[in-house]
Design a protein around this ligand. Structure first.
Ligand SMILES: [Zn+2]
Length: 260
């Protein structure tokens, strides 16, 4: 018979009040994927859960399998990693919030996805250690596209399969076709094409391969933000509000700051 209690390392993605002193907490667990638990009396002064979980913590979570997906009763949890940087570095907090929101939107309830758990943990650890910049966010987003089978195809034409000259000064990308296009296929499209110059395209290639890559310049950064955002919306259907907020916060204070 299945054990009535499940146990897993779990990252706190979100929580909300439930009833007077309880909370509904959304976790991403290593063994069970996205799990929502109800923590009764979580906010009472003597609760065992006090200070044991908060946004972006990794915890040792025990929950009951009874109940329904979306409201499993929590049994106990203990903080394993707190990631204190997110309480004082609002840029890192904004990117971590965007990452959490994307995972909440993409991951179905209680479907194990250990590769996504590992990606989430590595991204939070990186943000906690190094702080936030746009390449961290793009690398996470491109990895999310890869894990869901939507990685942009960049080395051959995504419409006709022809080999691409990767040294061209301008390269066309199409969300509908899922990647770069040769000149002939790009000319046949009636719309929905984004163009990247050579520097921005090489940057995208490096990020897709999971390599660390510095921002080449601000215009390239903004073009890439648009391209990656369009791929996310088109292929994963995510609502981009938290991403827009995170990019604005990262932009704040840089030269050429955009206020719209
Ligand atoms: Zn083609």
């Amino acid at each position: 018979m299945d054990d009535p209690i499940a146990r897993s390392p779990a990252i706190v993605l979100d929580f909300e009040p439930a009833f007077t002193s309880s909370r509904r907490v959304t976790w991403f667990t290593r063994h069970y994927g996205r799990v929502v638990t109800l923590i009764r009396g979580s906010q009472r002064p003597k609760s065992f859960f006090l200070a044991q979980y908060d946004l972006f913590y990794t915890c040792d979570l025990l929950f009951y399998r009874r109940g329904v997906p979306g409201s499993r009763p929590a049994r106990e949890c203990a903080a394993l990693k707190r990631r204190d940087r997110f309480r004082r570095d609002w840029r890192a907090c904004a990117v971590a919030s965007c990452v959490s929101d994307l995972v909440c939107q993409v991951a179905p309830l209680e479907a194990p996805e250990p590769r996504l758990y590992r990606l989430l943990e590595q991204t939070y650890d990186h943000l906690d250690r190094e702080g936030a910049d746009t390449p961290v966010l793009y690398r996470f987003e491109l990895s999310l596209l890869r894990l869901t089978g939507h990685a942009p195809r960049l080395t051959s034409c995504s419409a006709c399969g022809a080999a691409l000259d990767l040294e061209r000064p301008r390269i066309a990308l199409s969300c509908r076709h899922g990647g770069a296009l040769c000149d002939r296929c790009a000319a046949a499209e009636s719309g929905g094409i984004e163009h990247l110059d050579q520097a921005a395209f090489q940057w995208l290639l490096r990020l897709c391969r999971g390599r660390a890559a510095q921002v080449p310049d601000l215009p390239a950064d903004r073009r890439l933000a648009r391209v990656v955002g369009r791929f996310l919306t088109y292929h994963l259907g995510v609502c981009p509000h938290s991403r827009i907020a995170a990019l604005r916060i990262l932009d704040y204070g840089r030269s050429g700051y955009r206020c719209s």
